[in-house]
Write a protein that binds this ligand. Structure first.
Ligand code: NAP
Length: 470
């Protein structure tokens, strides 16, 4: 598939294979862009700013709704492509499509709500006699750099609000899974003037880095790992930057919790998308008194997962993004076992597949939980009090989301207030998001928020206009 720059299909002499992680077959080839191609995209995106500025919010909203319709009509094709390139079960891909359609709809609605406000300057010293108001203006060109795990919805979380508030966009999709994003940008291009949305494929360390340092790009909206995010924040200079980074989300299970509900939370939270979810349940911190019973029920539910061809609707656990990624998870679990952890179920790898795995007797010193493990693993950390659970939950550099399971309101509120995370859910696992909510972590999990309304705030600048009526 070609890149899309200024409304034209552009290729390159150098091509990259996109492989199906399930069977290793080549699905397609995409160009490896070099700097001249990125320069062309930057130039086209800057030229298209004028075309977008001249479009009314009414028209932009309608056009985004047209893309909603097109995406809905092509839902199954997109979902199949997503399963092919990411290895996620088709039913999960269909959910990602539904979320993507919803995200786009929210942006189409938000395009009509880019409000300013009147400001009472007379509340300040010498401000009497002014009439003042603010306008929210686009930043200009937004570079959207996105990861492989939810490539479509996470990219729409950047492109759609950017266009809703009249920014043009350059998308750098993930090298391992660029196709659904590129196909989606074709749909957008049918509706909007050439250059409003552009795709540039190639290696993040080269072409992504080049976009981040370009003075002609006004905003970097990045989702990906902490390591890359930190590099971007050091290199972006005076640009606005939003960083949606990794997580090491705790699920705190107190002794008065509804155990079945908590077990279901792990099943839906630790193994979704083969555990490759930023807000996945990555540490289960449980009061020792109920831990044995909880583990027994969790193991029996975990053993129900069916690994297989992601396109088969009976498959409930797909592959990781690559065999290399699966080997990394296998090694991390095996190292934890070497340090005293115990596998209760799972622990085996087959190519890019890694079994749904429950590991008991985990402590925070182990790499399995000290860092983000991006795979289908549920590590159990046993504690003896509510305070210890909170302290363990906070014993990490990450702070994306958290879940707390308890039937005690006082403990629920104590956990909600003391756990350092962008979101704390009570009686729900961290692996939950609606596409309108403010989403973004504390600590190393990120800077800024997404969720359409909040993304628009981060993609606009405020101008104050004051009329001296004295
Ligand atoms: P990644 O390696 O950081 O890559 C993300 C994107 O950044 C890719 O498009 C990548 O390109 C590009 N990139 C790599 N190096 C770059 C550089 N020096 N400058 C600019 N761009 C660069 O992350 P990943 O492995 O794809 O994704 C997994 C991570 O994302 C996990 O940590 C997960 O928790 C996090 N994540 C966070 C959220 C959130 O909303 N908070 C959501 C999903 C995932 P290439 O593909 O070409 O390397």
């Amino acid at each position: 598939m070609d890149m899309l720059i200024g409304g034209k299909h552009i290729s390159s002499e150098d091509l990259q294979e996109v492989k199906n992680p399930y069977d290793g077959e080549i699905i397609d080839m995409v160009p490896i862009a070099h700097r001249q191609t990125a320069d062309l995209a930057i130039q086209q995106a800057n030229i298209a700013k004028k075309d977008l500025a001249e479009m009314s919010a009414f028209k932009i909203s309608n056009k985004l709704f047209n893309v909603v319709d097109k995406l809905r009509q092509n839902r199954t094709d997109f979902a199949e492509l997503l399963s092919l390139e990411v290895g996620k079960p088709i039913n999960e891909s269909l959910v990602e499509l539904d979320r993507s359609i919803e995200t786009l709809k929210l942006a189409a609605e938000e395009a009509k709500r880019v409000y300013g406000e009147s400001v009472p300057l007379d509340a300040g010293l010498n401000g009497k006699g002014f009439f003042a108001f603010t306008q929210r203006l686009p930043l200009g060109v937004v570079a959207a750099i996105t990861p492989f795990n939810y490539p479509l919805n996470l990219t729409i979380h950047k492109i759609a609000p950017a266009i809703a508030c009249k920014n043009t966009v350059i998308v750098k999709p993930p090298t391992e899974a660029p196709l659904t994003v590129m196909k989606f940008c074709e749909l957008l291009d049918e509706e909007f003037p050439d250059g409003v949305v552009n795709t540039v494929t190639g290696y993040g360390s080269e072409i992504g880095d080049y976009l981040v340092t370009s003075p002609e790009i006004n905003k970097i909206s990045f989702t990906g790992s902490v390591t890359t995010g930190m590099m971007i924040s050091q290199k972006a200079g005076m640009k606005k930057v939003t960083l949606e980074l990794g997580g090491n989300d705790p699920m705190v299970v107190l002794k008065d919790a509804d155990i079945d509900k908590a077990v279901k939370g792990v099943i839906n939270g630790a193994f979704l998308n083969a555990g490759q979810v930023c807000m996945g349940v990555k540490r289960i911190i449980i009061e020792d008194e109920i831990a044995d019973e909880f583990c027994n029920r969790l193991v029996s539910e975990t053993e129900k997962f069916v690994m297989g061809n992601p396109l088969d609707s009976k498959t409930t656990l797909g592959t990781l993004i690559s065999e290399k990624a699966a080997i990394q998870v296998e090694e991390t679990v095996n190292n934890a076992v070497g340090e005293g952890a115990k596998i209760l179920t799972g622990g085996n790898r087959d190519g890019a597949f890694y079994e749904a795995t429950v590991v008991d007797n985990v402590v925070m010193d182990m790499d399995l939980v000290a860092f983000e493990t991006f795979g289908p693993v549920a590590p159990i950390i046993r504690v003896n009090s509510v305070q210890e659970a909170i302290d363990v939950a906070n014993d990490t550099d990450y702070g994306l989301q958290a879940g707390v399971f308890t039937s005690d309101y006082a403990n629920a509120m104590k956990c909600a207030q003391e756990i350092e995370a962008g979101t704390v859910f009570i009686n729900k696992q961290s692996t939950f998001r609606t596409d309108n909510m403010p989403f973004g972590g504390f600590k190393n999990s990120g800077v800024g928020k997404e969720g359409i309304k909040y993304a628009v705030e981060e993609m606009t600048k405020t101008k104050l206009i004051g009329l001296n009526l004295r």
